[in-house]
Ligand binder design. Structure first.
Ligand SMILES: Nc1nc2c(ncn2[C@@H]2O[C@H](COP(=O)(O)OP(=O)(O)O)[C@@H](O)[C@H]2O)c(=O)[nH]1
Ligand SMILES: [Mg+2]
Length: 191
């Protein structure tokens, strides 16, 4: 994919604020702080299109980005940060579901996990949720720059065992995994 343009469209807190449902979308999910915003920036060759490192758990909006005027990336709020209350978790779930169960043209979900902590409870809940829908998804194991070669292999094996999928090993710092993820996204988008 050659990125000709990318822009922030809107941050929505409820479905009526979503952009018109006229383009294919790829959504990004993952726990707070795994690097979803960094990943979106890295894929789009931008430094600060998606905000990085907000106070964990504070990003409450569903952020829409328009790319090449042809498709959108959707940054869903990070889930399961320890500091949030039960009530907030329930609200988070409603947000995510208001998007994922909407009849939008969702081509696939990129589930971002931290390569250092495979199989955390909230990731298992997310994977289980996705497996119970028709949605296609892949797992991106981010922050592999923080691991040694043998630890990366171990993490990949563990993710494969737990989720039944080979993860795409990623580092937004080193741009590792970018070409591989784009190959997957290109196939899903079919453009
Ligand atoms: N070492 C390392 N740090 C990363 C990587 N990706 C993101 N980060 C850092 O992780 C923190 C959270 O990133 P952010 O993109 O805001 O995560 P989000 O909450 O999932 O959107 C920031 O301090 C980033 O600089 C990576 O590949 N390697
Ligand atoms: Mg973010």
């Amino acid at each position: 994919m050659i990125i000709k343009s990318s822009e922030f469209i809107t941050g929505a807190v409820e479905p009526k604020q979503f952009p018109k449902n006229d383009l294919p979308e790829i959504a990004f999910v993952g726990r707070s702080n795994v690097g979803k915003s960094s990943l979106i920036n890295n894929l789009l060759n931008r430094r600060a299109l998606a905000r990085i490192g907000n106070t964990p758990g504070k990003t409450r909006e569903i952020n829409f980005f328009l790319i090449n005027e042809a498709f959108r990336f959707v940054d869903l709020p990070g889930f399961g940060f320890a500091k949030v209350s039960k009530k907030e978790k329930a609200r988070w779930r409603r947000y995510i579901e208001s998007y994922l169960s909407s009849q939008r043209n969702i081509k696939a979900i990129v589930h971002v996990v931290d390569a250092r902590h495979p199989g955390m409870e909230n990731d298992l809940i997310m994977a289980d949720y996705l497996n119970n829908t028709e949605l296609l998804s892949c797992i991106v194991a981010n922050k592999v720059d923080k691991l040694k070669q043998n630890e990366i292999a171990k993490s990949a094996r563990k993710i494969n065992d737990i989720f039944g999928k080979e993860p795409i090993l990623y580092s937004t710092v080193k741009s590792r995994g970018k070409a591989e993820l784009w190959t997957t996204l290109d196939r899903w988008l079919g453009i």
